[in-house]
Design a protein around this ligand. Structure first.
Ligand code: AKG
Length: 255
């Protein structure tokens, strides 16, 4: 299997909590996804997540305020269009996940499962957090697969990671009530200083562990930044009964 991870890549994922794959998806496939996303945004096809509703610092105050209909996520990407559905099941992705989990792979339909947009002006920054805050699973070991459909760099709100932070023990007082690392808490400054920007370009993919701290800035350019994010778990790691993760459902996508 020419897409298999080497033992060095597996060790790197275990050490750093993320792995970048350059140009995994061809430009034509990325352009097609971009045009589907643009149409769905233009038509405001639900389900959408609005910046104003999410309410991160700097977001429009309400849906009726200026910029109030700025979309952050086109939710439910798996069922939006064949191009997103097929990408979620792409053997180049699933084969690598199968190796990392060392068991059959499931796609969770809870959270991520979205086309992420970061709009100029009204798109908000995301503080340092671990994605595990979005889910309830028996083990905190999910992997997000993030596909860049265009440039993702500091000026348009590209991702930053704290390498190895998926293994850190974090004290409750380091976090705010939404489980973001508190910017006002002095001991967190040393962690922030380890944050590493990871520039991505069209077709690049980053896998990152659900316990890895990451953040992203605002988009100071004039173009929307668009990415596709799906999250996966091993078959033995099931959502907690009665949780939103269980209700949303998941799909077994490998043997
Ligand atoms: O693009 C961003 O602002 C970061 C998004 C992110 O990290 C998340 O939704 O978990």
């Amino acid at each position: 299997m020419d897409t298999a991870l080497s033992s060095e890549q597996i060790a790197q994922f275990e050490r750093d909590g993320y792995l970048v794959f350059r140009k995994m998806l061809e430009p034509a496939a990325c352009e097609h996804m971009l045009s589907v996303a643009k149409t769905q945004l233009h038509e405001a096809q639900q389900p959408l997540e609005y910046e104003a509703v999410l309410g991160y610092p700097g977001a429009p105050a309400s849906l009726d305020a200026e910029g109030g209909r700025t979309v952050r996520r086109l939710r439910g990407a798996y069922d939006r269009d064949a191009c997103f559905h097929d990408w979620a099941r792409d053997p180049r992705v699933v084969g690598k996940l199968r190796q990392l989990f060392d068991e059959p792979v499931c796609l969770t339909l809870a959270h991520h499962n979205s086309v992420m947009t970061k709009h100029p002006q009204f798109g908000t920054a995301t503080g340092w957090h671990r994605d595990i805050r979005y889910w309830s699973f028996t083990k905190p070991d999910l992997i997000c697969v993030w596909l860049a459909l265009g440039d993702e760099i500091a000026s348009n709100g590209g991702l930053k990671f704290i390498p190895g932070s998926h293994r850190l023990a974090i004290a409750r007082e380091q976090l705010d009530e939404l489980d973001f690392l508190r910017p006002d808490y002095a001991p967190n400054q040393a962690l922030f200083a380890q944050g590493k920007p990871v520039d991505l370009h069209q077709g690049d993919v980053v896998f990152f562990h659900s316990q890895l701290f990451h953040a992203a800035g605002v988009n100071t350019t004039s173009s929307v930044k668009t990415s596709v994010a799906f999250a996966y778990h091993g078959n033995s790691n099931q959502p907690v009964t009665g949780s939103k993760s269980a209700t949303a459902g998941d799909i077994v996508i490998s043997d």
